[in-house]
Design a protein around this ligand. Structure first.
Ligand SMILES: *Cc1c(COP(=O)(O)O)cnc(C)c1O
Length: 455
């Protein structure tokens, strides 16, 4: 029998034209965002000063199962999608595993990540509303880059607050974001009230996604015609990312496959929500479904060691409260190399699915183990993976090695969210042996959780 193709492509006209809203099928809906003062669920009217109106509606829509992808967004998607599904023959061979490993490769655009899927949608709706500009935060820089690309495409001004430790680790991110015409400011900065307050309380801090969000929201709400956009965590972002799972499911069907295990790395939960979406639909519809694994960094373990409670989405406490697995909004994770996974909380959708046992497992992995996997993957599959994505690779490899022991030929699907070209200092510190693993103590976690708001 001829070997099955390594890369499984869809044609343009096979591309999904709708996003799938998993909330419509969830019996227990994700808890609503609530106002930090009144603790009442937020309405579209209350969210409108912060977010673009159509996105507020998507944020609160727990019922519409399929939402049409606007034509302009579909056209933009066609620049970098459909993304290939790839059978990892070389990796399988190197591992000597009977398992079949597939990955969906989302890094084939200049942002080097899946984030462009939601950036395209969010900027489109902002433009349609006639907004004058957008603000956002970026951790590792992929979201800032993706958004800058989408803003250039739809002609929309953009200010990006970038977490300071990433800004310093990855100087080229600044240049690439500026190439697309956006402004970029390291956070915490002295350009906002909340930034100045954080700097006073924690002088010398290397920042966090939470701090950067606070600054971006402050600027959006105090500048006429501006709104804030977020690249992860929110329900709307998971909705847009469902394109990943919808494509992957079609591609698996084309080669007569169905995954036994689906793996995604989890920072705020958007790519995991995306790759999982269409298979979770099977589970919620009562059909056979894969075993779902969320992978997070041991340095920032919101699902494995956090608690499921209402918390602020940001360090400066200017955002609404979300019910999520969290290690506390004031927890500032150690400066690990997976910037995109350094977030204290987890998407409310992912959190509810995990609390209900619908996501089977969350696993925390240490960065030295992650980079070991990244190096093996690069050498075998020829793609240099992002540190974030390599968390999923680590677990895919571990599961494939288990198959080697048991002799089971399981089908494993993971999401390869992006490439790591801007992360070479991390690769260098792994190669020269100076990379350390940071694992917060129980005391650290307890003190983060002790600061949760009383709801
Ligand atoms: C942002 C990012 C992640 C993590 O974000 P999620 O919202 O959890 O998906 C993972 N991989 C890459 C490459 C990223 O840029």
């Amino acid at each position: 029998m001829a070997r099955q193709a390594k890369r499984i492509f869809l044609t343009e006209d096979q591309m999904p034209t709708k996003w799938y809203n998993v909330r419509a099928d969830m019996k227990n809906k994700p808890a609503p965002l609530i106002h930090p003062g009144t603790h009442e669920p937020l309405t579209v009217e209350q969210m409108e000063p912060i977010f673009c109106t159509e996105l507020c509606k998507q944020e609160l829509d727990n019922d519409t199962k399929y939402i049409d992808i606007p034509e302009e967004v579909q056209e933009f998607y066609k620049i970098f999608r459909p993304s290939p599904l790839i059978r990892a023959y070389e990796l399988e061979q190197a591992l000597g595993t009977p398992a079949k490993i597939y990955y969906k490769f989302e890094g084939n655009n200049t942002s080097g990540s899946h984030k462009l899927n939601s950036a395209a949608a969010q900027v489109y709706y902002a433009k349609k509303q006639g907004l004058k500009g957008l603000t956002t935060e970026t951790g590792a820089g992929q979201w800032g880059t993706a958004l800058a690309m989408a803003c250039k495409h739809f002609d929309m001004p953009l200010k990006v607050y970038m977490v300071k430790c990433s800004y310093e680790q990855k100087p080229y991110r600044k240049s690439i974001i500026e190439t697309f015409g956006a402004d970029i400011i390291p956070s915490p900065s002295t350009t906002t009230n909340v930034g100045r307050a954080i700097l006073e309380k924690h002088p010398g801090t290397t920042g966090s996604l939470g701090c950067a969000i606070s600054e971006a929201v402050e600027v959006a709400t105090s500048t006429e015609g501006y709104r804030y956009v977020l690249g992860s965590v929110l329900n709307q972002v998971l909705l847009h990312q469902s394109i990943i799972g919808e494509e992957a499911k079609l591609q698996m069907e084309m080669v007569d496959e169905y995954p036994d295990i689906v793996i995604g790395c989890a920072g705020g939960g958007s790519n995991l929500g995306g790759i999982m979406a269409s298979f979770m639909r099977d589970k919620l519809e009562g059909k056979n479904a894969p075993y779902f694994i969320a992978v997070e960094p041991a340095s920032c373990p919101s699902m494995t060691r956090g608690t499921y409670a209402y918390d602020f989405c940001d360090t400066g406490h200017v955002t609404p409260l979300a019910k999520m697995y969290t290690i506390g909004s004031e927890f500032i994770p150690s400066p690990s190399h997976a910037g995109g996974l350094r977030y204290h909380g987890m998407s409310p959708i992912i959190s509810q699915l995990y609390a209900d046992g619908l996501i089977d497992e969350a696993r925390a992995v240490e960065q030295t183990k992650v980079f070991e996997a990244a190096n093996l993957f690069a050498k075998t599959e020829t793609i240099l993976p992002a540190p974030e994505s390599s968390h999923a690779i680590r677990v895919a490899i571990d599961e494939a090695l288990k198959c080697k022991e048991t002799g089971e030929a399981k089908t494993i699907l993971f999401n390869l969210t992006g490439t790591g070209y801007f992360d070479m200092s991390a690769y260098m510190s792994y190669a020269d042996g100076s990379m350390k693993d940071f694992i917060p103590t129980d005391e650290d976690i307890k003190s983060g959780i002790a600061q949760l708001p009383q709801v």
